[in-house]
Design a binder for this molecule. Structure first.
Ligand SMILES: *Cc1c(COP(=O)(O)O)cnc(C)c1O
Length: 429
């Protein structure tokens, strides 16, 4: 597989290089030189396979000879150990539930596949993943790399500034997962990570690597669940399918568009955002003008400069599609809360991110169409806001309830790079 840098098309790298490096020159994103495409018969064949076999075919079509197909299948089986069911909500609407993994959010799919790929590429080499988190990503990364040989993970987070349940989710694992509560804010954690990557001696000695959200392996993994959703629908539903994607960094939407570009006949997409509406405004005015990020109840979508947008535009350009066919819109917190109540009345407990996607789907779906909105997180993951809005208690899934009783294993540290460096150098080889 070859990928080019969207900011400098002369920089062309292999899949392995793109996975370990993350970004290209000038912080450019990598994009596949060829988007594989399937004929109608091949799509029909794929839809009849099980999730792991089908996903292996899809990923292998991209990755090609760089990874042997049987080995790839084993990796896919290790990563995709949970289901992505479509649950009906109304006669013409269903939700694709992507939150049945260990950290209860869709990021488990991409995170776990990336971990498998990094392990495969590193081979016997020892590597250390260093990352900063404000909550969600850290949990997905920790669980994805937990107990993977030769890989150590160090996660920095701001002490006291993430929810107690989130902290329990990834700071109780131990083993190869090291968590450090920094006595400062998220920006300070990110600055420490940056300092570590600028330290050549440290980088080489401990084999420093990032597990960045723009990593191409994550996106490829996410393509697979769009096929999985499609396979669960009736012929009638498949023929007029509209998918609404709650969007922050627009990675999930990029993966859906790649699925369509490969030949999966999805009629159209809706990119749903909260008050952080840079993309809807851009499509209306043609001016890219990010505002200051505002905090909302769908906080995983609080992104005002979505970093996957150049990939979205590249797909539309390559395929000759018209950006005006992309549905968009923004949903306020007030309407999000009302929509969660509306869904509750329909018998479906949802959380703020999915509710944003449902709102725009419901408003924009036309007669004869079938709509899917992505359920990106389990309601228990946002238990405070869900219980507050629905005015009743909801159950914690067993995995989370069990974790909530374990002791925290985190170290505590001031925001001091020399202390962090000392710790990293002292980790067992
Ligand atoms: C990350 C996240 C999103 C946004 O996904 P992007 O790929 O960044 O657009 C939406 N919902 C939840 C729950 C998330 O964690």
């Amino acid at each position: 597989m070859q990928l080019y840098n969207l900011k400098d098309h002369n920089e062309v790298v292999s899949f392995s290089k793109a996975v370990t490096q993350g970004l290209g020159k000038n912080q450019g994103l990598f994009f596949p030189s060829i988007i594989p495409s399937f004929s109608k018969d091949e799509i029909d064949h794929l839809l009849n396979l099980n999730f792991v076999d089908r996903s292996t075919e899809i990923l292998s079509a991209f990755i090609g000879e760089e990874i042997d197909k049987d080995l790839l299948k084993q990796r896919v089986a290790n990563a995709f150990t949970f289901k992505a069911p479509v649950t009906p909500v109304e006669k013409d609407v269903g939700t694709l539930e992507l939150f049945h993994g260990p950290t209860l959010a869709f990021k488990d799919f991409g995170g776990r596949f990336m971990a498998q790929m990094l392990q495969h590429i590193a081979g016997d080499e020892k590597i250390t993943i260093l990352t900063a988190t404000s909550g969600d990503t850290g949990a997905a990364v920790a669980h994805a790399f937990y107990q993977i040989p030769n890989i150590k993970v160090v996660i920095l987070y701001p002490n006291g500034k993430i929810s107690p349940l989130q902290e329990k989710l990834f700071c109780t694992l131990g083993g190869n997962i090291h968590t450090i509560a920094i006595e400062s804010d998220f920006d300070a954690c990110q600055a420490l990570v940056k300092q570590a990557f600028d330290d050549e001696e440290l980088k080489v000695t401990i084999g420093l690597n990032s597990a960045n959200s723009i990593n191409i392996s994550r996106l490829l993994a996410q393509i697979c669940y769009y096929f999985e959703a499609f396979a669960q629908l009736t012929k009638q539903q498949q023929s007029q399918l509209v998918i609404s994607v709650p969007s922050g960094n627009f990675g999930d939407l990029t993966a859906g568009l790649l699925a369509k570009a490969m030949g999966l006949p999805i009629k159209r997409f809706i990119a749903a955002t909260n008050e952080n509406d840079t993309v809807p405004r851009y499509l209306e005015t043609k001016v890219w003008a990010p505002n200051k990020t505002v905090a909302t109840i769908s906080n995983a979508m609080d992104v005002s400069a979505p970093n996957n947008w150049p990939r979205v535009e590249e797909i539309f350009n390559l395929k000759g599609w018209d950006l005006s066919d992309l549905g968009t819109g923004k949903v306020s917190d007030k309407v999000t809360a009302e929509t969660m109540k509306e869904l509750d009345k329909l018998g479906y407990i949802s959380e703020p991110h999915a509710a944003v996607a449902y709102r725009l789907l419901r408003d924009q779906l036309e007669d004869g169409e079938y709509g899917l909105f992505l359920g990106t997180a389990h309601p228990a993951k946002f238990i405070e806001s869900v219980e507050g809005i629905l005015e009743r208690k909801i159950d914690l899934p067993k995995a989370l309830a069990d974790r909530a009783n374990l002791d925290l294993l985190s170290k505590y540290m001031p925001a001091d790079f020399s202390k962090l460096r000392e710790f990293l150098m002292s980790l067992p080889k």
